[in-house]
Write a protein that binds this ligand. Structure first.
Ligand SMILES: *Cc1c(COP(=O)(O)O)cnc(C)c1O
Length: 391
């Protein structure tokens, strides 16, 4: 019997759950775009976007999804013929590298597989071998959403410094910003990209590039007017923020979402995501004591606090997802980029999520494991409850 009536829960790694107050802020007539409230609101976003990235440097806003921010970062920082080192730990960094190759950038990739983080000694060796400093930038993903691995970004900065290598450190935080702790200035990141529809809880359609003075100084020719980060960062006229009409309603939504983060406090946001992630891990660790269920990333220190990738016997990943949606109103993420994809699924737990949503999702998953006769260990929900109870 379907028991899915009532409020559905989209537990995929983006887009994430949109808070009602964000939806309400967007539900309005079109504002005056020439002066007044919309201008003040847009100016007010800049310091708060810098605060969520923990940077005092620059941010440019784009009307587009995460892929748009990828391309914006590449065309500003690099020129055709430049070399980059891509550190792949899943589908997303490979995709960013493919985009760089299309732009005429020479791409060298180290692939660490689909269940492991970046191995820093291998990066150090590649940097040391590059004694002519041909590598202009390292491209890395903080949290790769396809594998749910979390990479050691401060470790990459240490590797660059130890090798005395001048390459830019460019990081994709599309899945992690506002979920997993990230400190752009403190960790020595030169360029960072993110979108609005994951930890920032706003409908897809805006993305951002943060960059520091070093990246701006060494950047390429940037032969495109539209993607140029400079006028967007330092506009003489309001329309230059977006090189055209402002994404009016998204701006109201994002303002409200950033207010939610401010009111909670960014450190509390990180702590909440960590505790909820640990509850999810505890449940899966208990279920994985029997049968084929396993968390994709074995090392807790390298698991994301925003998304969890789970492997099982093919095609149980797909069966479980379909059962949870149909019967419980819980939509889980597909095994994106994995082979066979129906042997994986992902739980998105980013942004506007709380303890009862996570316990509800885990309860739906356990019900599905029972209904579909998928072998699993007992005590998953109890283990999660213990983590929530400890706070
Ligand atoms: C979601 C995501 C992207 C792509 O973002 P889109 O908005 O779908 O273009 C890129 N990188 C990571 C790590 C992501 O999680």
């Amino acid at each position: 019997m379907s028991l899915s009536q009532g409020r559905a829960y989209l537990a995929i790694p983006g887009p994430s759950v949109i808070p009602d107050v964000v939806l309400q802020a967007m539900h309005r007539a079109s504002p005056n775009i020439y002066e007044g409230e919309l201008h003040d609101l847009t100016h007010s976003l800049i310091p708060d976007l810098k605060a969520v990235a923990r940077t005092d440097e620059n941010v440019a806003i784009y009307i587009g999804n995460g892929h748009a921010a990828w391309e914006a970062a590449l065309v500003n920082a690099l020129s055709p013929g430049d070399s980059v080192l891509v550190l792949a730990t899943g589908r997303f960094c490979i995709g960013w590298g493919e985009m760089a190759a299309r732009l005429g950038v020479d791409v060298q990739t180290i692939n660490f597989g689909e269940a492991s983080p970046i191995d820093l000694p291998q990066v150090a060796a590649a940097l040391t071998a590059d004694d002519g400093h041909r590598i202009k930038a390292i491209l890395a993903v903080h949290v790769d959403t396809s594998t749910s691995v979390k990479n050691d970004i401060p470790g990459l900065r240490k590797a660059l410094d130890a090798a005395q290598h001048p390459a830019l450190l460019m990081v994709d935080c599309i899945a992690s910003l506002g979920c997993d702790r990230f400190e752009m200035d403190g960790w020595g990141v030169d360029v960072m990209v993110s979108g609005c529809q994951k930890g920032l809880m706003t409908p897809a359609g805006m993305s951002f590039v943060w960059y520091n003075a070093k990246a701006d100084a060494v950047r390429g020719a940037c032969n495109t007017a539209y993607w140029d980060w400079q006028p967007r960062t330092d506009p003489e006229m309001y329309f230059q923020y977006f090189d055209g009409t402002a994404p009016t309603h998204h701006l109201y939504g994002l303002r409200t979402a950033l207010d939610l983060i401010k009111a909670e406090g960014l450190d509390h946001v990180f702590d909440r995501h960590e505790t909820l992630a640990k509850a999810i891990w505890a449940a899966f660790e208990a279920w994985s004591t029997t049968g084929d269920i396993h968390l994709n990333i074995a090392d807790r220190g390298h698991r994301s606090h925003a998304v969890t990738s789970v492997g099982m016997a093919s095609p149980d990943g797909d069966r479980l997802r379909q059962w949870c949606e149909k019967t419980c109103g819980l939509t889980l993420g597909i095994g994106l980029g994995r082979s066979p994809s129906d042997a994986y699924f992902r739980v998105g737990h980013m942004g506007h999520v709380n303890a009862h949503m996570i316990m509800g999702a885990l309860g739906a998953i356990q019900s599905g494991l029972i209904a579909l006769d998928i072998p699993h260990g007992s005590g998953g929900l109890d283990a999660a409850a213990v983590v929530i109870a400890a706070g």
